[in-house]
Structure formats: C-alpha cells, structure tokens
Design a protein around this ligand. Structure first.
Ligand code: PEP
Ligand code: MN
Length: 351
C-alpha cells in the first residue's frame, strides 16, 4: 500500500510514519515529490486492515492507497517520479535520450575498439558488446568469454564509455561484474529467477530485456524479482516479441514502451536490432521508439556487418550509426528531450 502524506506534512510526521512502518517489520520507501511525499509499504504476511488502521490515524497522513498491480516496487503507483539509473556517470531515464552502441559480440580487440571510437564520435554514451553469447545453436560462435570482457575494459579505458554486457548464469556473475558497468539480462533469461535474484543482490545497474514471449506483466514481475532483493537500478529493454511472420526477426512492440512508461517508474529503452533483425529497419524503428517515449536505445554497430560472427543482418555500419544519432537528435528535440551531439565531426566530412 501507499501512504500519501498531506501537502506540507512535517519531517517529524514523515519520520514517525516511517518508524511505525518499520516497527511492524515492514519496509518503507519514501518518494518526495514537489507537492507531497508518498511512502510505499512493502512486506509479506501482514494484516493489511490492521496496518491501514494504524497508519491511517497518524498525524500528517492524508490517505492510504492500495497498490493494485501484482508488481509493487516496479509500479508507478509505488513511486510516482521517474527513476534515473546512473551507469558510469550517464543518467538513463532523465531528459536526455541515451544511446548505447556496439557490436553484438566482441570478436577482436581491433573490431571492438574501432566500434567504440565510432560510437563515441557519433554521440553514443555507453558501449555494448557480448562476451558470453546466448546462441540458438550450440555450434554457433558463443563469445570470447573473459578475453572479451578484457577487450571491453580496454575500450572503456580508451574511450571512457561504460560497458554494458550480458551475464547468462549465476556462476559467471562474479567475473562479469569485475568488468561491466551494467549487467544485461537477455531475453532468454528474463525468467531465470535464480539469476534475477543474484543480480538483485548486487548494486550494479541491470538492463532487463523483455522475454521474447513474455507479457508485459511477466516482464515487470521479472523486474520485481531483482528489486525485491534490494537492487533498484533496473532499466527495462523492449527487444521485440515472437510472431508468425518471418519477414522480421521479431515484432518490435513500440506500444509497450509507452504503456510501460505509464505502468512503471523505471527507465525503458528500445533495442531495434534484435527487435527487427534487419539493419534497414534499425533507424526507422529507433525513431519510433524515441517518439513513443523510450529513454534510450541499444543498437548493434559493426565495422563490417556482413562479416559479423553473430547477428550479421541487423548490425549497422558506422555511417548508419551516425545517421541514427542525427535522427534521434531531431525526434528527441521535437518531443522536448535531447540526445548527445557528435563528439567530433563525422569522418569523411571536411570543414
Ligand atoms: C543481444 O543483445 O545481442 C541479445 C542476444 O539480445 P536478446 O537477449 O534480446 O536476444
Ligand atoms: Mn545480437
């Protein structure tokens, strides 16, 4: 339930309510708005009517509102303000649309460094790249493992871009944490509850992809698994859901972005690369995602997409990424947001 404090409730009154909630063995989560403060109450096995009776009568309390959704910590009812998740100094969920770019997989030091430089030059804020790759076939390239993580760290050292990379299992979590700035949970692991709880026990930012067959409620309940362990630094990522039509790899659910922004206070970003499976669709779908309210994008970029060791049909070239960033800036400004300017003039353009 949520305790709505009166406008102008004093710090003492707020403090007494928190103390009372904690005294009942429950946890209190305070959100301070410009107008009023609300306090979310979470706990298990409590007599809701008795607690409501106790809190409802306290000084400074205006009303009590039950949380109607099965997800609590992730719900907008629980925390009305937008949450901002900071990754290596980059704020996701604020006014700026944050673009995360990089290869699907780390393949070599040259490929990753060249891509990181191009991403940074065009205005990308974080570097993506898989070192542990979930592949449909066990015979496909499954990533460079620790060597891939070392290459990502090397790229961060040179460019300053924070690293977003996937963790596939609880066993790999310690090593991935040594190198990553943000842990990606892939579509296939969205309902790996042991992994969700393990990342929930860390303090690292988590990028939670939507399961390819997950409903929006299942996706938000997956976020709840992480948050219930104490880690509130969750960013949701729409990456498309399965359909019957082979022309696109997935159906990118642009409506889900706008919907989830209303249901949850967590930042939401879009992944048009896995979302469409086609490089030619990455720019238009990126722009649609930003127009729908996405707080950022996760985009696959490769020096030579055709020769990529994974997802070679959907990675954009460096020029493609520059074009994408230019479009994102235009759409962001049309809806009252911003996106980073290029760090320098695009290559091939003379002054
Ligand atoms: C990826 O980002 O390369 C990836 C494997 O994503 P997903 O889990 O969404 O398929
Ligand atoms: Mn990929």
């Amino acid at each position: 339930m949520i305790v709505v404090m009166k406008t102008g409730a004093s710090e003492e009154e707020i403090g007494r309510v928190i103390e009372r909630i904690e005294g009942e063995g429950l946890s209190a989560h305070v959100s301070r708005g410009t107008e009023r403060t609300v306090i979310g109450v979470i706990g298990q096995g409590v007599d809701v009517h008795r607690i409501a009776g106790v809190l409802g009568g306290m000084s400074g309390v205006e009303s009590l509102v039950p949380i109607s959704k099965p997800f609590k910590l992730a719900s907008r009812e629980f925390h009305p303000q937008d949450t901002v998740v900071e990754v290596n100094g980059v704020r996701i969920g604020g006014e700026e649309v944050v673009v995360i770019g990089g290869p699907c997989s780390v393949e070599s030091e040259e490929q990753t460094l060249a891509t990181a430089r191009a991403v940074k030059a065009a205005g990308g804020k974080l570097l993506r790249g898989g070192a542990y790759k979930p592949r449909t076939s066990p015979y496909s390239f499954r990533g460079m493992g620790v060597r891939g993580l070392e290459i990502l760290a090397r790229a961060r050292e040179e460019t300053g871009l924070g690293v977003v990379t996937e963790v596939m299992s609880v066993e790999e979590l310690p090593v991935v944490m040594e190198y990553a700035d943000m842990l990606q949970i892939g579509t296939r692991n969205m309902q790996n509850y042991a992994l969700l709880e393990a990342v929930g026990r860390t303090e690292m930012p988590v990028l939670l992809k939507r399961g390819m067959s997950a409903t929006i409620e299942e996706w938000l309940l997956a976020a709840e698994y992480i948050m219930a362990q104490g880690n509130r630094r969750v960013v949701l990522c729409e990456r498309g859901i399965r359909s019957f039509d082979p022309y696109t790899r997935n159906v990118f659910d642009v409506g889900a972005i706008a919907l989830v922004k209303g249901l949850s206070h967590l930042p939401v970003i879009g992944d048009p690369s896995q979302g469409t499976g086609r490089a030619s669709l990455v720019v238009p779908v990126s722009l649609a995602a930003v127009a729908a309210g996405a707080d950022g994008l996760l985009v696959e970029v490769h020096p030579n997409p055709e020769g990529a060791m994974s997802d070679n049909a959907q990675q954009v070239t460096f020029e493609g990424f520059e074009e994408l960033m230019a479009g994102v800036r235009r759409v962001a400004s049309a809806i009252g947001r911003s996106a980073a300017e290029p760090a320098r003039e695009p290559q091939g353009v003379s002054a």
